[in-house]
Structures are given as C-alpha cells and as structure tokens.
Design a protein around this ligand. Structure first.
Ligand code: GLA
Length: 384
C-alpha cells in the first residue's frame, strides 16, 4: 500500500518523454525521424473573451502522456479532449468549439456542467414541504437542465492547481431564487486529468435553504475522433437491469422497468445501432444503475473499433442518462465547418433520475442546509 502511494506520487511529478515521429517528404522519398519531446504535466491558461462583463478563460490540462483536456470557465465546459488512437494518432473525442462564440450561440449543452437540476422537471413545478416552486418551462411543457440561464451559461470562478497536477477547480454561487430555485447554492466542480487518461469530475455543493440538486456533465462523445462516423457503430455496455420509461414529453412515468428482452438491454455489450430503430426518437433515457450504494463504481464501457478506443465511466451517482444525440440535426457545425448530424455524438450523463422532485419513489435530490453534497464521476480513455 505504502509503495503504491509512493509510486503514484513519483509518476505524477515526473516529466514524460514522448516519442514523436516526423515524416518529411522529399522527391518521392519519405524519411522518418524519431525525436524526443518533453511533456510537462500541468495546466495553462489563456484569455478567451468576455460575456456578462466577466472574463472568460480557456484552461489546458496536460497529463504526463501529453493527453490534453481543455476547459472553459464559461459553463465549466469541457471544450476538447485530445488523445491518441490505436495508431498513436491524436484526435478529439468530445464535441466542442475553438472559440467562445460557439458557446454563446447556445449549443445543446456541449461539454457543460448542467444544473441546478440536470434533465427535466415536469411542467417546471415541484414542492418542498408545503412551498410550491415554479421554474421556466424551457422545454415545453417541462423545465430542462436548469432553465433559461442554467449553470452551463454562467461564468464560473476558476482556480488552477498551483503544482504540476492537471487540475482545475471551478465555483459558482447560484443565488436564492435564480431560475426559480430556492436557496443560495454554493457549487464547486473540480476536474482532474490523471496520467491514466482519466478525467475525474468531483462535485460539491451546500445550500442555505432546502433545495433540489442534480448536477452532471453534458459531454458528447464520438470515440472515432471524426464526427463523420456515427456513434451507432460504437459498442456499449451499461450495468443497469432497469431503466425509467418516459411519456411523450420525456418525463418518467414513475415505473422502474426491467430492460430484459427490450432494446434497453445493454447489460451485455452490443452495438448502439442494433435496436435503436425500435426506440421512438432514439435513446434518451435514464438507466437505473445496478450499484447498490454511493461508492465509485464502473457503470459503462463504450468501445469503438475504428480508433481502438475504450471509454469507461465510473460514478457515485444512481443513474445515467444515455442520449444518442437525437436532436442534433446538422444545423450546428464544428469550428472546422463540419455539420453535426443526428447521432454524430452521444452523452452518458451521470445523474439522479429526471423529475425526482415529483417522484417520491426515486432516490431523493433534496439538499438541506447543513448537508454537504458530494459526487464523483470518472471518464477513462484507453486504447487497444
Ligand atoms: C439531455 C436530454 C435530451 C436533450 C439533451 C440536450 O440529454 O435528456 O432530451 O434535451 O439533453 O439537447
């Protein structure tokens, strides 16, 4: 145990030597030179613009292997995650833009932290004891992802790690009554990129009045590194024997239903596209994870044979919203000008169940004064 701890420390502080291959072409002759480049793990900051009279920055987290994740304090958003494929060729695995303007145009939550309440609350109404609260119905007839100006559209305060750790802490004070939610909520999100190519997300929050809370990250993944390839050929395993069926407005009916014999059965890995045709609109459902407690457990394995990449997801949360980018329709383009079509990318939003404030049988999303909310999700990339 002691030895393990020591090893971790020394890996973190080490500077990895990465072999880079440069190919130069001359008179039809190709020469290959191998050069050594040094990658220093850590974090850098650049100015990205302003909005709401506040400065927006872009932080680049680099691990000892040279893998990079970029995060903006606008929406606490992951804007890019570049890692090597099976041929050591680096490419991006999440949807995002190169500039702030892409985000100010309100894309559907690309890479953002979603809150105060991730996913839907029926008709934008809920009660805590006898107090009735009303939210904007920004996804008619329901409230979605924190309202008109949720956490994804706020400028957060950011504090980068002061040592060589690739880690960034973002914080935001959501005032009492903001978007209709009760209580001053202090929320902090820490992103850490480890040398094992894990993006670890830790969420903490406290309130001064009883409120509801459901925080998640809304990254859209395409493991091939090229959104011309649909995610329907990715292979997915979700460790969930049950899911929460929804009505036509995507509000859970309240039933916890077995996935057995349905297109929702991902307990054994299968291609996402295999049975999607039998799911009206595509997958956009909360899966009830088999894990029985709030320990950090592996819940998802996503694989792509083109790149050889695997994404594993670990969480302390009880649910995951598996969303196949059904509403992406080509109207938004990447910074490189490529249309983002339906099923170009997919989300695995770790969470409490949608509409929990109105569903007494679902795990509670109530946060009381004096309580400390804490949750952790880890996305881990590897190649074979
Ligand atoms: C979530 C929802 C979807 C959709 C997307 C954003 O995943 O469940 O219905 O609203 O966010 O477009």
């Amino acid at each position: 145990m002691r030895q393990k701890k020591h090893m971790k420390k020394s890996t973190l502080s080490s500077i990895a030597i990465i072999a880079a291959i440069f190919i130069t072409s001359c008179n039809n002759q190709t020469t290959t030179t191998t050069e050594k480049m040094e990658t220093k793990a850590g974090i850098t900051k650049s100015v990205w613009g302003t909005t709401d009279g506040k400065e927006v920055f872009l932080y680049t987290l680099t691990n000892a292997k040279g893998v990079q994740v970029k995060i903006s304090n606008y929406g606490a958003t992951v804007t890019s995650w570049v890692s090597p494929d099976k041929n050591d060729k680096p490419s991006g695995v999440v949807l995002g833009f190169d500039s702030l303007s892409g985000y100010l145009a309100k894309p559907p939550y690309f890479g953002a932290v979603v809150g105060r309440y991730g996913n839907r609350i029926a008709k934008g109404k809920f009660k805590i004891d006898t107090a009735q609260y009303t939210l904007a119905t920004n996804n008619l007839p329901n409230a979605l992802h924190g309202g008109l100006k949720g956490f994804d559209k706020q400028v957060w305060d950011a504090t980068p790690a002061s040592d060589s750790t690739a880690s960034l802490e973002l914080s935001y004070l959501s005032k009492d009554g903001e978007e209709g939610y009760p209580g001053n909520l202090k929320v902090a999100v820490r992103y850490t990129l480890t040398d094992d190519n894990e993006l670890k997300i830790e969420y903490n929050a406290t309130t001064d009045k009883a409120t509801v809370l459901n925080l998640t990250n809304h990254s859209y993944f395409n493991l091939t590194g090229d959104i011309s390839n649909s995610i329907l050929d990715h292979t997915l395993m979700i460790d969930a024997d049950n899911y929460t069926p929804v009505d036509t407005t995507l509000i859970p009916t309240g039933e916890i239903k077995s996935v057995k014999g349905t297109p929702f059965d991902f307990t054994k890995a299968k291609k996402i596209g295999l049975e999607i045709g039998a799911v009206s609109g595509g997958y956009d459902h909360n899966f009830v994870l088999n894990k029985k407690d709030s320990s950090l457990s592996k819940i998802v394995e996503l694989k792509d044979s083109i790149s050889g990449r695997t994404l594993e997801v670990f969480t302390t949360q009880p649910g995951v919203q598996f969303y196949t980018g059904n509403f992406l329709d080509g109207t938004i383009s990447t910074s490189a000008g490529k249309k983002i079509n339906q099923h170009a990318a997919m989300c695995l939003e770790t969470q409490h169940f949608p509409d929990s404030p109105n569903q007494p049988k679902f795990p509670t999303t109530l946060l009381l004064p004096g309580q400390q909310f804490h949750s952790v999700t880890v996305y881990k990339l590897s190649v074979k």
